[in-house]
Write a protein that binds this ligand. Structure first.
Ligand SMILES: *Cc1c(COP(=O)(O)O)cnc(C)c1O
Length: 393
């Protein structure tokens, strides 16, 4: 038995999406910029994809730009907003829990002279709109707040922040990569200027994404070369992946309610089992305003990384912290920002479900988890089983 419970890192490709993509790897191989029939055929697929995604976001096709994924879209929105601004001093407002695609970009900009405010979050991992309002100055060139956090699934008040930014004419970006397919992304209702998506988080292929750029909002272009994407993002159009992404997003939006209901029920069942059958467990983040597929748990006295490895030996795939930060022993900046001790941040794992996750997988995953926690605690000399208390050496 196996259980893939790491869908916040990436989702499997939906079979219908693969089917949509295949012709563009064989007979329909044309370059979408070519004027002949091969090119026109490829361009037609891209146009259809752009229309589909625009409609699902309540945007115009001319506001949809295809990129190589969430990381590029985030970089473009942030660096592009800084690059286009004429202000002498440039200030960006963001949060303490952003994905590395945003966070590391901001840290680099900070090192090169930009001012950056990382607004903190409450114990549930949710930013307070007033804190964003208070952080804004006359030099603010961008507010960037993620729609849904990738580690703990906390949902941010994007529409409220959007309303404030629009009223004060401050460009507003949201990294919606983790929210796509689980929350309604209506760019007009959210009043966002820039919004990032990545196909592989909603059963599409890896290496393709979207940046929505509101008509009238401006960004410096980041990739120069050919005239693709209305001269704003150069590079030969990735026709197959774009067609696949549009199909994937169409299916994800169509099935959103049914998937959310199923996943949240399974997720709650998992949390209930884990917190009642295993001692010393903390749920990181609250159950309200949380992605339906996300559970993030800390196990007192245990290192998340060790737990991940032990689970993997039994075919159970989870993540410790974000996928990008596992591999290093840095505690997750997200869990740390909830006000927990560094030990608790070190002892967290993320369990994330997909529309394909079954109850059998959840039961199997839980049982392996329970055994693994027991084993690791038995190995930790300072952990006292009776009290559920321990400490690190
Ligand atoms: C996965 C993810 C990204 C990065 O997207 P890629 O397409 O993998 O580059 C950015 N932000 C969030 C919130 C994510 O979950």
């Amino acid at each position: 038995m196996k259980a893939y419970l790491d869908n916040a890192a990436t989702t499997p490709l939906c079979p219908e999406v693969l089917k949509e993509m295949l012709p563009y790897f064989s007979e329909r191989f044309g370059n979408a910029s070519s004027l002949h029939s091969y090119g026109r055929e490829a361009l037609k697929a891209v146009d259809i994809a752009r229309d589909k995604i625009a409609k699902l976001l309540n945007a115009s096709p001319s506001e949809i730009f295809f990129t190589s994924g969430g990381t590029e879209s985030d970089n473009w929105a942030i660096r592009g907003a800084v690059g286009i601004s004429k202000k002498d001093k440039k200030h960006i407002v963001s949060t303490a829990i952003e994905h590395p695609a945003v966070r590391d970009t901001l840290i680099e900009l900070k090192e090169s002279g930009c001012e950056v405010t990382f607004v903190g979050v409450d114990k549930n991992g949710i930013v307070n709109v007033n804190d964003i309002k208070n952080a804004v100055t006359e030099n603010t060139v961008l507010v960037s707040v993620m729609t849904a956090n990738n580690e703990i699934g906390s949902l941010q008040p994007i529409a409220e922040i959007g309303a404030f930014c629009r009223e004060n004419k401050i460009p507003f970006h949201t990294d919606a990569v983790q929210g796509a397919g689980a929350v309604d992304l209506n760019v007009k209702a959210l009043k966002v200027d820039f919004l990032s998506l990545s196909a592989h988080k909603f059963y599409g292929p890896k290496g393709v994404g979207v940046l929505y750029i509101r008509q009238g909002a401006r960004l410096k272009k980041m990739i120069t070369g050919g005239h693709q994407e209305r001269n704003q993002r150069a590079g030969t159009t990735n026709v197959a992946f774009i067609a696949g992404m549009a199909k994937a997003y169409e299916i994800a939006c169509r099935d959103m309610d049914i998937n959310n209901k199923r996943e949240s029920e399974l997720r709650d069942y998992f949390i209930k089992r884990a917190t009642s059958e295993i001692s010393g467990v903390t749920l990181n983040g609250g159950l309200e305003n949380r992605l339906p597929n996300n559970a993030n748990l800390s196990f007192f006295g245990i290192e998340g990384e060790s737990l991940l490895i032990l689970l993997d030996l039994h075919g159970v795939a989870v993540s410790s912290g974000s996928a990008c930060s596992s591999g290093s022993l840095e505690p997750s900046h997200v869990i740390a920002s909830l006000g927990n001790s560094p030990e608790l941040a070190h002892s967290s794992i993320r369990v994330s479900l997909s529309k394909y996750t079954t109850k059998e997988e959840i039961d199997y995953g839980h049982d392996i988890l329970k055994d693994s926690v027991k084993k690791l605690r038995e190995m930790a000399p300072l952990f006292k089983q009776e009290t559920g208390k321990g400490s690190y050496v």
